[in-house]
Design a protein around this ligand. Structure first.
Ligand code: PLP
Length: 389
């Protein structure tokens, strides 16, 4: 029977053991046994796909990967310890000395650090293109451009980039398109359907959805994934089998969670849009979003994040956080508990003003990750904190 990816995210499971468990078991083991030397030799020679060692593979980790492959419509996948090891692994496995990486400018802070501080040490050229200026993308491609990397929507600025447009450029110039789909999740947006070759996630965010574990995953074309798999297998950022179990179970509820997060977030964005203390507000599914039409084309919902610029800048941002009573002030997003953050004084606090501008972080930018609490409670807390700004 052909099953929908949402059903597969619930029903995909490791082969049932002799205990006849219903829910998926955990495989908390570093290594796996062989009946004899010949079986072990064959596994190491890749003549069988038997598990050898949990840095290489683990049944629970494979289950999580298989579900993500189904959800994203990919050919294959690799799971990693964190979202950052997914980002770094995809760069290091596929880029070499002399290659050029072209990235959108509004990327997550640690990704920015990899691009600016570390890749140049390995002779990899990197440059940014303005996420909001599609007319600049093609001119930014160089003869040695090997990969285009982008987030859409971007963290934290919620810029939306036209996947179909960038994928066409990547195809024309024979470049790998690698998309961080962390904010949208495959329940809203499937970059591979628009022509992306690789899609990665910080599974720490909406995929876990309850702020419990770290994890990452990269899915996409088999031949690219094989190179990334070997890089990760050799260098070591394996996803823990325990975390894989948590993440695989979480995927069973991702569809219902994301629908509710997005619905609540849309309600909050609509209610705050014209607030007197806010100079602008962005949510992909509000008509006022500069890329509303693109968001509508490639996303099924606007996601669970809304951001806005507080009038009064840096100081007001801090005051806002200090006056919240319900929302958590914590360095995460994509949780059942709503979270507020002020990137200019926290995640991006070490950057210079100029560097912050380069990645679209304005002084009063507030990012809200809308949880699953009652929408009135979330909104009322934001409103009372705005009152005090
Ligand atoms: C868009 C995006 N990509 C990657 C990461 C890195 O993920 P992790 O913290 O799991 O390493 C984050 C973390 O916030 C993120 O928001």
């Amino acid at each position: 029977m052909a099953l929908h990816p949402i059903t597969k995210a619930i029903r995909t499971q490791t082969v049932r053991t002799n205990e006849m468990e219903h829910s998926t078991p955990m495989f908390i083991t570093s290594s796996f046994c062989f009946d004899n030397a010949e079986e072990m030799r064959a596994a190491f020679a890749d003549e069988t796909d038997d598990n050898i060692y949990s840095r290489f593979s683990n049944p629970g980790v494979n289950e999580f990967i298989d579900k993500m492959v189904e959800l994203e419509g990919a050919e294959a996948g690799v799971a990693t310890a964190t979202g950052m090891s997914a980002v770094f692994g995809s760069f290091m496995a596929l880029l070499k000395n002399g290659d050029h990486l072209l990235s959108c400018n509004g990327v997550f802070g640690s990704t920015h650090n990899i691009i600016k501080k570390y890749l140049p040490n390995y002779g990899i050229e990197c440059s940014y293109v303005n996420a909001n200026k599609p007319e600049e993308w093609e001119a930014a491609i160089r003869p040695n451009t090997k990969m285009i990397y982008l987030e859409t929507p971007t963290n934290p600025g919620l810029d939306v980039i036209d996947l179909e447009f960038v994928a066409a450029l990547a195809t024309k110039h024979n470049i790998i398109l690698n998309v961080d789909n962390c904010f949208a999740t495959p329940l809203s947006q499937r970059p591979i359907d628009f022509g992306a070759h690789l899609v990665l996630h910080s599974a720490t965010k909406w995929i876990d959805g309850q702020g419990r574990v770290l994890g990452g995953v990269i899915v996409g074309q088999k031949k690219l994934i094989q190179d990334i798999y070997l890089f990760c297998r050799n260098t070591g950022p394996a996803l823990s089998p325990f975390n894989a179990w948590v993440l695989s179970k979480s995927l069973e509820t991702l569809d219902v969670r994301m629908e509710r997060h997005a619905k609540k977030c849309f309600g909050i964005a609509t209610a705050l849009e014209n607030h007197l203390k806010i100079s602008w507000l962005k949510y992909p599914f509000l008509q006022s979003h500069p890329q509303y039409n693109i968001a509508n084309k490639q996303m099924k919902n606007g996601g669970g994040i809304v951001c806005f610029e507080l009038k009064g800048g840096l100081e007001r941002g801090r005051t806002f956080l200090n006056n919240l009573q319900l929302l958590s002030v914590t360095a995460n997003l994509g949780d059942t508990r709503s979270i507020a953050s002020h990137p200019a004084s926290t995640t991006h606090g070490k950057l210079t003003e100029e560097e912050r501008q380069e990645v679209n972080i304005t002084p009063g930018l507030i990012r809200i990750s809308v949880g699953l609490e009652h929408v009135d409670d979330i909104l009322n807390d934001i409103l009372q904190a705005l009152e005090k700004c």
